[in-house]
Structure formats: C-alpha cells, structure tokens
Design a protein around this ligand. Structure first.
Ligand code: ADP
Ligand code: MG
Length: 441
C-alpha cells in the first residue's frame, strides 16, 4: 500500500512537497484496517490529516476493498536526513527565472538544494506550506536561529517556489537594513508614495534579519503600516531574526504581538548526519569526488554553522587543486588545520561554559543543572545561561534543555537578569568578565 501511495503522491505533489511530507513519513503498521504512519512533528501530522489522509482511504479501498483508516503518530528522531535526490532538474520557466531575479532571490537558495534534517525540518515544512498556499496559513511566518543555519536560504526558497507556482506573483526580498535605507531615502527624496507602492503592492514580502530594526523607531513605524496593509489584503509575510521577536531589544510591542499572529519556528544547528548530507549534496553539485570518510571528517570538524561547513569544503577543494592531489581525509585535515583556532571559539559548548562556571564558583554541575533556588546556585546558573546565550549559537530551547530541561523563558529571564546585574553590580560584572575571558582565551 505504501509503495502505491508514494507513487500516487508523487504524481500529485510538487517535488519539494513530496520531499517534505511523504519522504519524512514512515508507515509503521497495518492492523485491523488501521494504517499507522509516523511523522516528525505536529505540523506534519496536521498537514497529513488535512490534506493527504483522504488519499490513503481512497487508495486503501481500491487495493483491499476495505476501509482503511490512517492514524498519525509523532516521532521525534528523524531516522535519517533525506538522501540527496537524484532527480531531473526542475523545469523552471524563463519567466520565473526573470521574476526571481527581479525579486532579488539567490538562484541557489531553492527547496531542491535544501537538505532536510533534524533542526530544520519543522521550519522547512512550514516554509513549504506557505509557498504552496501563501497568505492563508501561517502569516507571518517567522524563522529564528543562529547565523548560517539556513534562514535566508529557506526564505528565498519560498520566493522561488511561489514564482514556480504562480509566475506572475510579485515577490520582494529585502534585508531589514535595505528596508530601513529605502524608507529613509523615500523621506529625503519625498518619494513616500513610491516607497509604499513598492512594498505594499506585493504578494510575498520577505524581510531578513529584522533584529536590525532595533533602535530604528521611524522604520518600525513604517514597517508596522506595511505589515498591516499586506496582512489585511491576505498577502504573505515571512520574517527572520537571530532570536524571538520578544527578545529583540527595543522592538515595539505592537510589532512583537503582530509577529505572534502567525507561526514562529526555530532552526537549530544540524546534527552530524545532516551535516554529512549537506556536504554530500554540495560535493555532488560541484561534481567533486570525495570519499565518504572524508566528508564525515569535515562534518565532524565543523559542527554549528552551515556557512562555515561550506567554507571548509571550498578550502579543501582549493587545497587539492593547489597540490594536484585527490581529496582525501589527510588532505582535508591539512587544509582545515589552520582553520581550527577560529572554529574552536564557535565550538564553545554549553557544557564547557557550565564547567567553567562551576569551577569558578565551586558549585556542582548537578546543582547548576538542578532546581535548587538558593542564591549561591541561582546566580551561577543564570550566569551560565547568560554566557551560553552570548557565546554560542545554540537556540533558547536547546540551552534550556542543557540545564536539566528548563523552559526557554527561564533562559530569557536569566539572560535579562544578568544583563541588569552587570550594570548595577560591579562584582558580578567583574566575575562574568573573568569567566568570559577565561573561556575565550
Ligand atoms: P542564515 O540566514 O540562517 O544565517 P543562510 O541561509 O545564509 O543562513 O545559510 C548559510 C549557507 O548555508 C547558505 O549557503 C545556505 O545555502 C547553506 N545552507 C543552510 N542550510 C542548508 C541546508 N539545510 N541544506 C543545504 N544548504 C544549507
Ligand atoms: Mg541570513
């Protein structure tokens, strides 16, 4: 049945949709006419129930003559990141290409080139829903997470896909800085009307890195009106930031609350398997011959940031060309040796921070991660959370998890608390600085 189902879905869904929904699902059992299917998140479950389940009943009946009912269960561990698919290039019309250019989309940032793995599968699924059905499901869609984890890539992919589906759609991508600059210029040149036309007359507006709206009162004001205008017309808005809206300093409350109308999804650093899959895909795209163990080696060296991962591959490739050698693990080790000190800072782990803080204050790691509310432990705990937030790319939920499963709001609170203390309390300021210097030296 599953095989048959896969085939029929393949004909009715676009390739990216197929990769997101069908590839990520696994049949578990068929008992008493109940087909149990494992999916990776609630978002997947809802989508299946709403859009894909009827096909199961239909196909089930056709094949067995019985009424098969589907049941979805959520499985947290993604069995393996989707294999880079060998498929024919998608047919993208010239019109779509031109429009993509006009929208300032990077041609490489499509769903096809995006590797789905733990850490981004929910964001990917949400991106797809929005691309296929803009304006009506998650509006706005908000991606947040550390640098180089694929926020901009996914955002562009939505734009491309929407133009594939509807070549005449108006798509606009801007960084938040460009938005601010355009706005300021429009005031200086008295071209406010043109500015509004440009930003309010689109079907999809993508605004990248809105944390840079902090401190820009006038721009926020204008964006508020742009947002309302688009939203009321049912146009899709997609935003990214390095953190949640309510953590962006000086972001107006009314913007924060509007951003919460839609869906916020975080993107967390990829696990080893996903990193290998990403490297494999890049290597194939560049037609590089790289042995599996070498890819694993590179993926093992760089563990938080996908942009750096790509940089490492480029470096290894350049090294091989220079030396006239094939790419091998020892060559990769040579190529990445000089890179190490730089990446080590980024690789600072939450555990290293916790250990350093424990050492400094003579507290036990288990207490630091525990629930005790005495001051001698609470302060070191908050300082570790603060440092984990400041010095690593880990998401809030991830940091919370590393502290014995605390909620992300606890981390936000700790971060704010220490920030305030650092201003008021010279001792704390000195201590935090000392720990930090030690960690970074
Ligand atoms: P961010 O905007 O979160 O800082 P980007 O979207 O710019 O990150 O991604 C950095 C680089 O990593 C880009 O070249 C992008 O294509 C690549 N990348 C990120 N995530 C993936 C992924 N899941 N699969 C393939 N490439 C990825
Ligand atoms: Mg970006």
């Amino acid at each position: 049945i599953w095989k048959e189902l896969e085939d029929s879905y393949r004909t009715i869904l676009t390739t990216p949709s197929f990769n997101a929904w069908i590839e990520q699902a696994r049949p578990v059992s068929l008992e008493n006419n109940q087909l149990t299917i494992e999916v990776p998140s609630t978002l997947h479950k809802e989508y299946w129930e709403k859009n894909l389940a009827s096909k199961i009943v239909e196909t089930g009946f056709r094949l067995t003559g019985e009424e098969i009912t589907p049941q979805f269960i959520i499985h947290n561990e993604l069995a393996s990141p989707s294999e880079p698919l060998k498929k024919e290039e998608p047919l993208i019309s010239d019109i779509t290409k031109q429009n993509s250019k006009k929208a300032l989309l990077n041609p490489k940032y499509t769903f096809d080139t995006f590797v789905i793995g733990k850490g981004n599968q929910m964001a990917h699924a949400a991106a797809l829903v929005v691309a296929e059905d803009p304006g009506s499901t998650y509006n706005p869609l908000f991606f947040y997470g550390g640098v180089g984890l694929g926020k901009t890539h996914l955002m562009h992919a939505i734009g491309h896909q929407m133009l594939v589906n509807t070549p005449s759609a108006k798509v606009k991508y801007v960084s938040s800085e460009s938005f601010a600059n355009d706005f300021i210029n429009s005031i200086q040149n008295r071209t406010s009307e043109a500015f509004r036309q440009e930003y309010r007359n689109v079907d999809l507006l993508l605004v990248d890195d809105i944390q840079f709206f902090a401190d820009k009162e006038g721009t926020q004001e204008e964006f508020f009106h742009t947002f309302n205008s688009l939203y009321n017309e049912g146009r899709q808005i997609v935003l990214t930031s390095d953190r949640l809206p309510n953590e962006i300093p000086k972001l107006q409350e009314r913007l924060v609350s509007r951003f919460a109308w839609g869906l916020s999804v975080d993107i967390t650093p990829p696990d080893l398997e996903t990193r290998i899959a990403i490297l494999r895909k890049k290597a194939d795209a560049e037609r590089l011959e790289i042995p599996d163990d070498t890819l694993s080696y590179i993926a093992g060296q760089i563990d938080s940031n996908i942009r750096e991962l790509e940089g490492a591959l480029v470096r290894v490739q350049a090294f091989a060309t220079m030396q006239g050698n094939d790419i091998s693990t020892s060559l990769a080790a040579d190529a990445l040796k000089t890179l190490k000190p730089a990446t080590q800072n980024n690789q600072l782990s939450i555990l290293t921070i916790q250990e350093e803080v424990c050492n400094y204050y003579h507290v036990q790691l288990k207490d630091l991660k525990g629930k005790k509310r005495v001051k001698s432990i609470v302060v070191p705990r908050q300082i570790s959370m603060f440092l984990a937030r400041e010095l690593t790319d880990n998401s809030l939920p991830k940091i919370g998890a590393e502290f014995g499963g605390k909620d992300h709001t606890t981390v936000i609170h700790a971060h704010e608390k220490i920030q305030q203390l650092m201003v008021k309390d010279m001792t704390i300021q000195k201590e935090v600085t000392e720990i930090k210097n030690h960690l970074l030296s």
